[in-house]
Ligand binder design. Structure first.
Ligand code: NAP
Length: 489
């Protein structure tokens, strides 16, 4: 069935940097249903052709492999449209409705049949209430309409609940698709396949075999020109509450009864509800916050956070968080889960490391390295299983080897990027990879005691040098249990 993808904020950074390139890839890969249209909305007056020229220019800033050539752009441009819209003007919604509902020559006999409309909110969340209210009043909330929401969805539990209340006033839960782009990554899909499509790992996926699990979302970049925005957010809200916790639920959930969205989301919610709650004492003991100071990244001298543009003087905003938690259920009791994220770190690595226990009775001399499974999310997308093997020499010693599943190579012709997959799922109405409101609220409920403890703590974040792996206290957090972060092993 055909579709309309309507982008509120169609001229903004999110639209041209992420959505349009992803949509172009989907079109290049022949994955879009025929006859689809994209309608960009913003307050400027522009024609369709002016918008197409604007997007063509923006593509020059997109990475080369994702840029269209002239012929590809000409084909893609046919589906791009633009409409002036001020979201505070009720009559503009009636115009939008007419545009969506107008029968089109190329629809032939199917014309008039309700077609899917995906409304992507690529605007600031302070506009969500007026947009949802007006969409409801204009009748643009029927069963064929889906609303896609991007982060930030609130800055605490109350504001997240308020956004959900506003959305619910016009749409049903299954019409609201909350994006977490980490869930679109192939390695995360494969984590599900590995766990629930193979019998091999599930018996090992528990406290008896697993020593600890580490989730690292590291960025080499600083806050750039977005210092004022970032300073209101910080690493805990920006990365832990959403991305890191979503990855944790995918790792730790019980096998769902089916591959249906709600069966999966019910299990993820149970994990969030089983996370050990923080107290002021455990925040002081189990959470490390840091802020980068000047240092060197990739051989380049870079300024500290407080020297970045638009960062308020003396800010105590954290650009790094490492924390230790546990999941209070039979499967995971006592297994530490370490979550870590930060800006200006040594590498741009996003990965999950599952560290298995050592063999109970070693018979080989030397190395006693335990097995580990590394789920790589960024920059590469793949799985690595680290084993010990005999090298073939006369030595009795074992050597580490890894089984490397490189999804880029294995499925090169079928590769789909994260945003591309999520957009295609939104169009098709597949909800598995979108976050339900109760999951999102429970994640806020869990991080709030950390925010409260920090608000009353005058010591502020610990400094770390740009280009390092964060404050030494983050290593000490893991060393206390007798373990080490992956790069220190
Ligand atoms: P942006 O570059 O400032 O773009 C905002 C868009 O909204 C523009 O197209 C703007 O166009 C439009 N807009 C603003 N007020 C409007 C109104 N009253 N009526 C109609 N359109 C209006 O912001 P962005 O970076 O794209 O981010 C948008 C949202 O996504 C933010 O909440 C951001 O936090 C989130 N997000 C962004 C990224 C990213 O990579 N940029 C990633 C994840 C999440 P006009 O001003 O011309 O109307």
């Amino acid at each position: 069935m055909s579709f309309d993808l309507v982008v509120f904020g169609g001229t903004g950074d999110l639209a041209w940097r992420k959505l349009l390139p992803a949509l172009f890839q989907a079109s290049r890969h022949g994955k879009l249903p025929a006859g689809g249209r994209l309608l960009a909305l913003a307050r400027d007056e522009r024609s369709d052709d002016e918008y197409r020229a604007y997007i063509k220019e923006r593509f020059a800033e997109v990475e080369p492999s994702k840029r269209p050539n002239e012929e590809e752009f000409a084909r893609f441009a046919q589906m791009l449209h633009y409409r002036r819209m001020d979201v505070s003007q009720p009559e503009h919604y009636l115009g939008l409705k007419r545009w969506i509902e107008e029968p089109r020559a190329d629809e032939g006999r199917a014309g008039g049949r309700a077609k899917t409309a995906v409304l992507f909110m690529a605007t600031s969340p302070h506009l969500f209430p007026v947009i949802c209210d007006q969409l409801g009043q204009a009748g643009l909330n029927g069963p064929h309409v889906r609303l896609v929401l991007e982060k930030p969805l609130g800055h605490d539990l109350a504001s997240a609940q308020e956004i959900n209340r506003v959305v619910r006033s016009a749409f049903r839960e299954e019409q609201a698709l909350r994006i977490d782009h980490y869930l679109g990554k192939a390695a995360v899909q494969n984590l599900m396949a590995l766990r629930f499509g193979n019998a091999l790992f599930e018996p090992l996926w528990r406290r008896e075999s697993i020593a600890n699990i580490q989730i690292t979302l590291a960025e080499g970049l600083g806050v750039g020109k977005r210092g004022d925005f970032y300073d209101q957010t910080g690493a805990l809200r920006d990365m832990i509450q959403n991305h890191a916790l979503q990855l944790l639920t995918m790792i730790a959930m019980e096998p769902p009864s089916s591959n249906d969205a709600d069966a999966i989301r019910d299990e993820k919610l149970k994990v969030l509800r089983s996370l050990k709650p923080f107290t002021p004492e455990s925040v002081a003991r189990d959470v490390v916050r840091g802020q980068y100071k000047a240092g060197t990244v990739d051989g380049q001298a870079v300024p500290g956070y407080l020297e970045e543009v638009k960062v308020p003087a003396g800010s105590a905003c954290e650009t790094f968080v490492a924390l230790r938690t546990e999941i209070q259920n039979w499967r995971w009791a006592g297994v530490p889960f370490y979550l870590r994220t930060g800006k200006r770190l040594s590498g741009r690595d996003a990965q999950i490391v599952v560290n298995f226990r050592e063999v109970p009775h070693p018979i080989f001399p030397g190395t006693r390295q335990a097995n580990k499974l590394v789920i790589k999310l960024q920059p590469d997308d793949g799985l690595e299983l680290h084993l010990l093997a005999k090298s073939g020499s006369c030595s009795e010693l074992l050597s580490p080897v890894s089984l490397d599943l490189d999804f880029d190579r294995a499925f090169a012709s079928e590769r789909v990027g994260g945003y591309e997959r999520l957009l295609l799922d939104a169009i098709a109405g597949r909800l598995n990879l979108f976050v339900r409101s109760d999951e999102q609220e429970q994640a806020w409920r869990w991080v709030e005691p950390v925010l409260h403890a920090w608000a009353g703590d005058r010591t502020g974040p610990r400094p770390y040098s740009a280009g390092s792996w964060g404050p030494p206290a983050a290593s000490a957090l893991v060393a206390r249990d007798g373990y080490a972060w992956a790069e220190e092993q």
